[in-house]
Design a protein around this ligand. Structure first.
Ligand SMILES: Cc1cc2nc3c(=O)[nH]c(=O)nc-3n(C[C@H](O)[C@H](O)[C@H](O)COP(=O)(O)OP(=O)(O)OC[C@H]3O[C@@H](n4cnc5c(N)ncnc54)[C@H](O)[C@@H]3O)c2cc1C
Length: 471
């Protein structure tokens, strides 16, 4: 039986249940396995802010993705990786028919659009007698465990953590080490696999260049020279655990340098590495040096990531809409102005509303506001695709609570720019700060000046990013 792995955000060969299952099924019956990745609307689409449009996947994120795909193609060795542009359902039907595929394996993802795409693929494939098997390998804990421990709707992170934390590492489905790496290395290329390679070579479309514009992170001030792919992700994980994990709790609110935090998010969110691999690396560190508050805290952060995935699954379309109420010192002013942030669910494309906020939004996103701290963070984001967690909280708070701009404009800008963009983590965190979801304090407002003084005491970060380009 021939099988296909539909890669989405699991761009790795190690510890990849979808690849392992496809490989085992095809080997048992003397068949072949093939991989495929599709540049669909999530990558090729655009956001329209009234008369302005920006690509959903900006050049730096597209560059990181392309590097990750090339690395995957290389690491898969005798298994060919097909890269095409278009909607998954239609392309999969064509491929299954051309390559005589009987089973498609993929990764289970949690956000609304991803679930919608998977549901469409499932029904389209079923109509031609092909099974779609989804494997959970994006989160630290499986949905089975989370639902068993926390059967009611998610309401706050602290409750979620209390209920599920003790399951970390015990989750049998996830803890089994997948031995694909050794399988693939030791196995000879079979006759079926040879035929598959020839058939793939004859396909009319298999990209050798990115279908969307790409750029590499070349900014010397970048916290890291971020390179996409499983090989670079594994290196970063190993470096961080050897050099810096021991002081994560004390440094995680930093702003400058490679090691104040793990910087694993871009690799985690394309699945170049998995949360289980991070957990294993942390446990190995603990085995050698002992557990401490830092090792515990890194796992807590991975639980935040899980929390936002399962929150996204629960909220579905509601993750992308809703009105954020301003908080903090400017709240009274906002209320007097007739609630400028009173955005309806269609406001993202409402030209009249955009008109009133266009110049403030432009200042925010280009890093030309009155706050040097905000500007520094936005310049870092725009030129490197990364921003610290401290920075993200401040720039989001300013957009929502001080500038009273529709939070979704900010979230969309982040989607385009962040190397580590993930729908659940991005829109979930924005909603959290806006008080739209799971925030027991009803939103988070940050006093930007105070934050700059506490976290950038000597002004080094503001000085580093005082201009868009190094002088
Ligand atoms: C407005 C806003 C938008 C955000 N958008 C994203 C996004 O699109 N993608 C993304 O991965 N993170 C997002 N975050 C969360 C967080 O800022 C980043 O995960 C973190 O800065 C990545 O750096 P790191 O890998 O060094 O994190 P570390 O501090 O080293 O944390 C380790 C890992 O834990 C996870 N994590 C940590 N904090 C969070 C959090 N608050 N929410 C979810 N996961 C977390 C990440 O996977 C991260 O790699 C956002 C936060 C805010 C406030």
């Amino acid at each position: 039986m021939n099988t296909l792995v539909w890669f989405q955000r699991n761009l790795r060969v190690a510890s990849n249940p979808a690849l392992d299952a496809a490989y085992q099924a095809s080997m048992q019956e003397g068949g072949a396995v093939v991989g495929a990745f599709f540049y669909d609307e999530q990558y090729t689409g655009e956001f329209c802010f009234a008369d302005e449009s920006i690509p959903r996947c900006g050049e730096l994120r597209a560059g990181f993705l392309w590097q990750s795909l090339l690395n995957l193609r290389n690491n898969l060795q005798q298994i060919p990786l097909i890269i095409q542009c278009g909607e998954a359902a239609g392309l999969l039907v064509e491929l299954c028919q051309q390559l005589d595929i009987q089973e498609v394996h993929t990764q289970k993802l949690w956000a609304h659009e991803e679930q919608f795409v998977a549901e469409t693929v499932r029904s389209t494939l079923e109509a031609i007698g092909i099974t779609l098997v989804e494997h959970e390998c994006y989160t630290l804990l499986t949905s089975t465990i989370v639902t068993a421990r926390h059967p009611d709707a998610l309401s706050s992170f602290s409750k979620f953590r209390r209920k599920v934390e003790r399951e970390v590492g015990r989750d049998v489905e996830h803890s089994a080490e997948v031995a694909f790496h050794s399988l693939i290395n030791s196995s000879e290329r079979t006759e079926a696999q040879r035929v598959m390679l020839q058939e793939v070579a004859a396909l009319s479309e298999n990209r050798t260049e990115s279908p969307i514009p790409i750029a590499e992170v070349s900014e010397p001030r970048s916290v890291l020279p971020f390179v996409g792919g499983e090989s670079a992700g594994e290196q970063r994980l190993s470096h961080y655990c050897q050099q810096a994990l021991g002081h994560y709790k004390e440094t995680r609110n930093g702003l400058i340098g490679a090691d104040y935090s793990s910087k694993l998010s871009p690799w985690l969110n394309l699945g170049c590495i998995s949360p289980q691999q991070v957990l294993r690396a942390v446990r190995e560190y603990e085995h050698r040096h002992g557990a401490n508050a830092s090792t515990e805290w890194l796992i807590v952060e991975l639980l935040w990531r899980d929390f936002f995935q399962y929150l996204a699954a629960q909220r579905r379309g509601a993750l992308f809409c809703g009105r954020a109420e301003p908080m903090g010192s400017s709240r009274a002013g906002a209320e007097k102005m007739g609630s400028v942030s009173a955005v309806s669910d269609t406001a993202l494309t409402d030209p009249s509303l955009y008109g009133t906020k266009a110049s403030e939004f432009a200042q925010w996103r280009t890093g030309t506001t009155e706050s040097e701290f905000i500007n520094a963070n936005m310049r870092e984001l725009n030129s490197t695709g990364f921003m610290s967690n401290r920075g993200r909280q401040n720039v989001a708070s300013m957009l929502i609570h001080d500038l009273h701009i529709d939070w979704r404009w900010g979230a969309a800008w982040f989607e385009a720019k962040l190397l580590d963009y993930d729908p659940g983590s991005n829109y979930g965190n924005w909603q959290y700060i806006g008080g739209l979801a799971a925030n027991p304090r009803g939103g988070s407002w940050f006093n930007i000046e105070k934050q700059a003084n506490v976290y950038d005491t000597d002004g080094a970060y503001r000085a580093l990013w005082a201009s868009s380009q190094l002088e």
